[in-house]
Design a protein around this ligand. Structure first.
Ligand code: G3P
Length: 480
């Protein structure tokens, strides 16, 4: 048995952690550091990339000697930097940032949405990277001049970190596929897409397989190969063991992130509102594709309820009556940042329907959980239609600890929900990939223990129909 150790760097939206795995699957997390959330204007979300880079270095310095490292990152967030100084030209613009909505509205009016969707699988939504990089090119002094001198570097945040950690300007197929600039059929950056978004193609990184030798990281006197890079949500998919067509996972984080595996051909998701996505590409193999569907608000809705004083302790999201709140007429649409998949409608707003003088605070909490579950169910139904998913769905993230939530969701979709006992699913995915990237082919001994939630024999579909009616009323509610 090998005696190697792997460090998974989990660089997420709210913080950076490192988790060290041994061959026996045992793991520990020596460091976790939160970073500042900068919101300079309404709808804008930025991070300081140098702050996060320092946090990554601090985390790595706590790992001791490891044989390989892998990087999971926050997906669609972008950075622009100067190749000579390595310094960012502007803060990282985060996936949640909505500053480019008016640009996308113009592009929709110009009729390019179908071109973008056909080449990338993605709708014109502020979620993705292309319009954010275009914003930098138009608004950040010096970006254009650096680009003309061949000195500008652009990319999702993984490429910025790898530039500093390994001295390379690279990304991976999965990360590239979240940008709106990458053609998922040709597997290359696309000239036409770059023109549409105003992004110089020459400033983009080289795209590599998700595992392999991305470069060497030197820290505290140790030099370690970085052998995997992937968006955190897809690291989670891999970590859940969703590797075969029909398997699916949901991560309940800030939003609900749903991914299912479809196979080695780009799935035809036309008209479904789902995003055909390249999950990962391993050396010598065709890419593995899947369907992706994001619900913008999950934990963010729970946190918002706390902020406005609806509860003070998360334990209050328990001990609900058996009868769902929606059965008593109360429904919550968690469109606090608009509606993601399958609507992609930023004009939608959060909505409570069915309030009365009898409504209690506790009913409102119950309806928040049901609203998030029903938004997730919408995506699951859509996925099931495009490529049938199995009878089990694997879940992780904060809400996966809530028994009422899981039972409601399982009964609604009539599928078994499993929750791995290992809470480090994203890190486990990166560690497994990093290990594979080092050339260790035989399986690692990771824990397969989980908790199962069986669907109740109860027909919740009439409530779902009611909810669908209410959701239509949440659209076009947001003021410009
Ligand atoms: O698509 C955004 C997603 O990858 C961010 O995930 O866990 O960093 O909030 P997280």
């Amino acid at each position: 048995m090998l005696n190697q150790r792997y460090a998974a760097i989990d660089q997420g939206t709210t913080g950076t952690r490192v988790v060290v795995f041994g061959e026996d699957g045992k793991h520990f997390s020596p460091a976790a550091i939160a970073h500042k959330q900068l919101t300079p204007n309404p709808g804008w979300v930025e991070h300081d990339p140098m702050e996060i880079l320092r946090n990554i270095r601090t985390c790595i310095s706590q790992c001791g000697v490891v044989d390989a490292m892998g990087l999971a990152h926050q997906g669609e967030s972008v950075v622009a930097w100067d190749a000579q100084s390595g310094l960012p030209l502007y803060n990282a613009i985060i996936w949640q940032d909505q500053r480019t909505e008016s640009v996308l509205r113009r592009l929709r009016a110009e009729g390019v949405e179908e071109t973008v969707r056909a080449k990338t699988g993605l709708p014109l939504d502020t979620y993705f990277s292309g319009s954010k990089l275009g914003w930098i090119m138009r608004n950040v002094p010096g970006a254009d001049e650096l680009s003309r001198r061949g000195q500008l570097r652009l990319g999702t945040m993984d490429s910025f970190f790898m530039f500093h950690l390994c001295g390379t300007h690279v990304t991976d197929y999965n990360s590239a596929s979240r940008t709106s600039l990458f053609n998922i059929h040709t597997l290359q950056w696309d000239e036409e897409l770059c023109r549409i978004f105003g992004v110089p193609i020459t400033a983009l990184p080289e795209i590599r397989d998700n595992i392999g030798h991305f470069g060497d990281v030197t820290c505290s006197g140790n030099t370690t190969p970085l052998t995997a890079c992937i968006v955190d949500q897809f690291a989670g998919t891999y970590g859940h063991g969703c590797l075969q067509p029909g398997q699916m996972k949901i991560t309940f984080g800030t939003g609900a992130f749903l991914q299912s595996i479809t196979g080695t051909v780009v799935p035809d998701a036309q008209g479904s509102g789902l995003l055909p996505t390249l999950c990962w590409k391993l050396p010598g193999e065709p890419p593995l594709y899947g369907l992706d569907g994001g619900v913008y608000n999950a934990a963010s809705a729970i946190n918002w309820a706390k902020k406005i004083g609806l509860y003070s302790d998360i334990e209050e999201f328990s001990d609900f009556p058996d009868q769902p709140a929606i059965a008593r007429g109360l429904a919550f649409i968690p469109a606090l940042s608009g509606l993601g998949c399958p609507y992609w409608d930023r004009s939608a707003a959060g909505l409570w329907a069915g309030l009365s003088l009898e409504t209690e605070r506790k009913d409102m909490l119950q309806s928040i959980l049901e609203g998030i579950a029903m938004r997730s169910a919408e995506v699951i139904y859509a996925m099931d239609k495009v490529r049938p998913i199995g009878d089990t769905i694997s879940v992780d993230g904060g809400l996966s600890a809530n028994l009422y939530f899981k039972q409601f969701l399982a009964s609604l979709i009539q599928k078994r929900i499993v929750t791995p006992s290992n809470r480090e699913i994203t890190a486990q995915g990166v560690a497994l990939l990093a290990r594979k990237g080092l050339g260790n082919a035989h399986p690692m001994n990771v824990s397969t223990q989980h908790v199962t939630t069986e669907p109740a024999e109860r027909d919740l579909s009439p409530y779902f129909a009611k909810y669908k009616d209410i959701i239509s009323r949440s659209r076009n509610l947001r003021s410009e």
